[in-house]
Design a protein around this ligand. Structure first.
Ligand code: NAP
Length: 289
């Protein structure tokens, strides 16, 4: 029941109508017995700083940040976590005395999702598709988690080169090798973990895939698509058809939310609770257990 002690958390972005974050946080609040509600806030262009300041004045406990404000929000914060500052993107704001501190739980969420599935990054040979906001964070994760080599393939060469330069500079070694997407046949022999970080294949364009060549998929032992709508992407199907294991991005979404919830409330969410929230997310997507 909402009463005088109810705390508020929410999401700022534009648009926000399709978000599944309220499912994550309101389920957790109910399970943990916290007097907290989570709501989406659509913030119009040019009003971001005002929104963050207003939230602080209203004693809002925490906020998630989504497209298009993940980078722009940094200048409205009193502090930014070191990793988030390196990535240049923040998706979680935690209230402190003077304002909000920013974190990037997309990246830590992806890591928790991958380790939960038994996927390792350390020492691995990795193909990373894309060089946009999400793929850039993945490139940092690979650097931080001591990946062997990461072949970063992107349609626009300059963006791949820029991400490689930044990440290699940050970790002091040539971990990221930038390549043009159309040069995928020049990849070395071997078996790879492939992380699909482009927006190709996202609903409603579910038949699209960034590389459509069975020979490419035979190089992949495990494919992780950051997309979760549709639940099985064409990229995942092609990985499976070539004999590899494939995962979607729903657990990344789940764990970025769980880590944000833990930061806001100073609690640790158990795997059992995480499993319950995951089922709620599947139901919200129309996938019943
Ligand atoms: P973004 O910044 O817009 O980047 C889009 C990327 O896709 C770029 O690398 C772009 O290449 C590439 N791309 C777009 N259209 C293409 C095409 N026709 N052919 C080849 N490459 C193409 O987007 P983002 O924020 O990084 O998000 C990427 C995906 O990750 C989205 O589908 C999003 O849903 C998903 N995501 C999932 C989670 C989660 O929690 N599971 C979190 C964040 C993001 P260019 O550089 O050449 O334009």
């Amino acid at each position: 029941m909402i009463d005088g002690k109810t705390r508020l958390c929410g999401l700022i972005g534009n648009p926000v109508e399709h978000t599944m974050s309220p499912v994550i946080h309101n389920t957790l609040a109910e399970k943990c017995g916290h007097n907290l509600v989570y709501v989406p806030f659509q913030v119009e262009e040019g009003r971001l700083a005002e929104a963050v300041k207003g939230a602080c004045a209203l004693n809002v406990l925490g906020l998630n940040v989504t497209v298009p404000y993940k980078s722009a929000v940094i200048e409205s914060l009193v502090e930014t976590d070191e990793l988030a500052a390196h990535i240049g993107a923040v998706n979680t704001l935690v209230r402190t005395d003077g304002g909000y501190k920013g974190y990037n739980t997309d990246m830590t969420g992806l890591y928790r999702a991958m380790t939960g599935e038994g996927i390792r990054i350390e020492g691995e040979e990795i193909i990373l598709l894309g060089a946009g906001g999400a793929a850039r964070a993945v490139a940092y994760l690979c650097g931080a988690q001591k990946a062997g080599k990461v072949w970063l393939l992107n349609r626009t060469r300059e963006k791949a080169e820029q991400v490689a330069e930044e990440v290699n500079g940050a970790f002091g070694r040539d971990v990221i090798v930038p390549m043009l997407l159309s040069d995928y046949q020049k990849l070395p022999d071997g078996k790879f973990l492939a992380i699909q970080g482009t927006s190709v294949g996202l609903a409603p364009n579910t038949e699209d895939v960034v590389i459509d060549d069975a020979a490419f998929y035979r190089k992949i032992h495990t494919g992780f698509d950051l997309i979760y709508r549709p639940f099985t992407t064409r990229f995942m199907s092609l990985v499976q058809e070539a004999g590899g294991k494939a995962y979607n991005g729903l657990k990344m979404l789940l764990y970025q939310g769980i880590i944000a919830y833990e930061l806001w409330n100073g609690v640790e969410i158990t795997e059992e609770e995480a499993g319950l929230v995951y089922e709620k997310l599947r139901q919200a997507m129309g996938l019943f257990a």
